[in-house]
Design a protein around this ligand. Sequence first.
Ligand code: NAD
Ligand code: MG
Length: 328
Amino acid sequence: MTETTRRQIMSAAATLGAAAAMASPSSAQDVAAARGGKQDPRTKYPKPPFTVQSQPWPGLASRMEPRPDHGETSYVGSGRLRGRKALITGGDSGMGRAAAIAFAREGADVAINYLPEEEPDAREVVDLIRRAGQKAAPIPGDIRSEAFCQQLVQQAVSALGGLDIVVCNAGRQQSVPSILDLTTEEFDRTMKTNLYAPFWIIKAAVPHLEPGSAIIGTTSEQAYDPSPDLYAYAQTKAATMNYIKSLAKQLGSKGIRVNGVAPGPIWTPLQISGGAQPGKVVTFGATAPLGRPGQPAELAGIYVRLAEDDGSYTTGNIYGAGGGQGQP
Ligand code: NAD
Ligand code: MG
């Protein structure tokens, strides 16, 4: 048996194993979707009202009610990223976890970065990556430090034996209704996490990226339509959209593609650990034409699309998943 065939079999077995270990598909609809069937997007996932809940920053997906869906039981890979080596920041939960699961099931080895207090979420992701038959490298640490960002890239390169996908997804979002209450410390923390860290990480990663590599940034509908209470956060997402376009022009000549994902309201720990006003969680996602928030699993395929070779002419582009609101 070739190594590729062995990996494919392990990956398929892991998908089934993980499906059994985590929640089993809740309805025939879920099973149909996992096999390419058709589902009503309005009723596919939980809709408001949600129970009021809050956690201290950065929050754990495992303690959310209902638990977010990152594709644990549903994502089925088909070798679209076979042999690739990916680093994902914020890979423990939310969009980062959905990308990590999908990348592994598509055949990539995956390094994830997260904060030390997110270890319980990260352990679940490491387990899911390994069940997919792929190498997992958990690298906890605070990306607000340039020295750590450099170390993070070096550790990912040595653990995986190279690097060709970098997903700058970690983010800081705190709702502060008035600029008069926004402290310099909070403003700085948001800038460091959302803008300085991708700068430091990408700068450290580029020397390792061969032609065919991909960089993906997570921006937001906030880049285009900022909320009044997200003054600091929203401008970092506008800047993210902008650095993606600038870098795509700069790195095109090296054969490195750079793209972004712009989510709408998605059910993740960021929202219930200060990202939104506590009362807002009850109606979270209600304004979207689909009548509910999105789940991280609904964006997994976008990250795969932007990383895989099939997307070879896609660079400097932002892909949205906004439930009918926001841009692009
Ligand atoms: P999440 O809480 O699951 O992920 C955010 C991650 O950022 C955390 O898991 C944490 O590991 C990481 N992080 C934050 N500060 C860090 C630091 N100093 N050092 C290291 N890691 C740090 O929430 P999410 O919603 O999946 O967020 C992922 C991305 O999606 C973020 O960039 C966020 O801005 C963006 N986004 C989210 C939404 C939404 O509605 N949830 C909408 C648009 C964009
Ligand atoms: Mg997290």
